[in-house]
Design a protein around this ligand. Structure first.
Ligand SMILES: NC(=O)c1ccc[n+]([C@@H]2O[C@H](COP(=O)([O-])OP(=O)(O)OC[C@H]3O[C@@H](n4cnc5c(N)ncnc54)[C@H](O)[C@@H]3O)[C@@H](O)[C@H]2O)c1
Ligand SMILES: [Zn+2]
Length: 347
């Protein structure tokens, strides 16, 4: 089974997303000028894909958010230099969102930019982090605050690579799938409602369709707004609180925090009369049924303090993305002084 989605970049370049088998598609996707290829990966993904990675020159980086910092990525630039990588080198990020974010940023800045591609190996990476051309690193606890918009030449998503993920990591990716469905695909939402977590994990065709549909929601928005001046803000549904939750409660992964963030904004949207209670319940029930958390792990007051410092803040305002129906949402510019009354109505 194979599907192809093309993203037209603003600069006129084409970025190709392929959902298919690594073994069948990889060689044919490489640039026709047969450049020198270097894979960037982490130790776990390397161990899981020894033959494939070892067949190429490669750099192994650390795992976790602390690897996505300047200090750590300096070492990646040094290794590229030591290997003699030049402007014609083709760099491939194989791993989760951490690896692809670092690879995209390093490749876009090394020698003012070399061509690159992604082989995402987490569900979150396949449906979200590797798609859309945002490549960022962290600074002083601010996530993705330094980065570039730059599209990979191709993204190859092989659903079979996800077999080695733990259930917890797989669920984290499903949170971004639910986000995509709520933002823009009613059919994807009902598909998720119809199937259990176990069915989604084990049914190859179903998983392929879910990945394809989630990617399409993101690419259709990104094509209209590559640099996040308008519609792309919708992709931050649930993320303002997700960032705050990750910061204040490090035991939660990004995807788990997104799940909680979506539930919190559903409740706020109902209170504000933007979403009907039945639809909100449907969204929260689906998240819960997939085994994801629905309640914030810390006091909302504490989350609001972090949220006020969110990088998406523009002056005294912040964009809040409200779901308005399944498959629809709207980003509203909101003064930070209004946050307390929106999220803590009793105060
Ligand atoms: N650029 C974007 O648009 C964008 C969008 C969403 C998220 N992100 C970023 O993505 C990152 C999170 O990505 P993630 O959830 O993929 O986390 P991750 O990259 O940390 O991967 C999670 C863990 O799974 C392991 N792993 C990867 N593939 C595996 C596999 N197939 N089998 C077993 N283990 C595997 C990794 O080694 C790692 O330990 C965050 O830093 C977030 O900011 C970026
Ligand atoms: Zn996310």
């Amino acid at each position: 089974m194979k599907d192809i989605i093309n993203i037209l970049c603003r600069e006129g370049d084409k970025s190709e997303i392929v959902i298919g088998s690594l073994a069948d598609e990889f060689e044919t996707l490489l640039p026709k000028d047969k450049p020198r290829t270097i894979i960037i990966t982490d130790a776990k993904v390397h161990a899981n894909n020894l033959d494939f990675v070892n067949a190429h020159e490669h750099i192994v980086i650390g795992q976790g958010e602390s690897s996505k910092t300047f200090i750590k990525i300096e070492d990646v630039y040094r290794q590229l230099l030591a290997m003699g990588a030049d402007r014609s080198t083709f760099v491939i990020g194989m791993g989760g969102g951490i690896v692809t974010d670092i690879t995209g940023f390093v490749a876009s800045t090394y020698m003012r930019g070399v061509r690159f591609a992604f082989l995402p190996t987490t569900l979150l990476g396949q449906v979200d982090a590797s798609i859309g051309g945002k490549n960022g690193v962290n600074l002083d606890g601010y996530k993705n605050i330094i980065g570039v918009f730059s599209q990979p030449s191709f993204v190859l998503c092989d659903p079979a690579l996800l077999n080695s993920l733990s259930d917890r990591e797989f669920r984290a990716g499903l949170a971004e799938v639910v986000k995509a469905a709520v933002i823009g695909d009613t059919g994807l939402f009902t598909l998720l409602e119809k199937h259990s977590f176990e069915e989604i994990r084990s049914d190859t065709e179903l998983l392929h369709e879910i990945i394809l549909r989630a990617i399409k929601v993101k690419t259709s928005i990104v094509e209209r707004d590559q640099h996040e001046y308008g519609e792309r803000r919708k992709l931050n549904l649930g993320h303002t609180f997700a960032h705050a939750i990750e910061k204040s409660f490090s035991n939660m992964s990004h995807g788990e925090a997104v799940a909680v963030g979506i539930c919190m904004i559903c409740n706020a949207a109902v209170r504000a009369g933007r979403l009907d209670a039945a639809t909100s319940s449907r969204i929260i029930n689906l998240i819960e049924r997939l085994g994801l958390p629905v309640e914030p792990p810390v006091d909302i007051k504490q989350l609001l303090i972090f949220t006020r410092a969110d990088k998406k803040r523009e002056g005294d305002s912040i964009y809040i993305v409200y779901p308005t129906a399944i498959g629809n949402c709207s980003a509203e510019k909101t003064h930070i002084d209004e946050l307390d009354s929106i999220f803590m109505p009793e105060t």
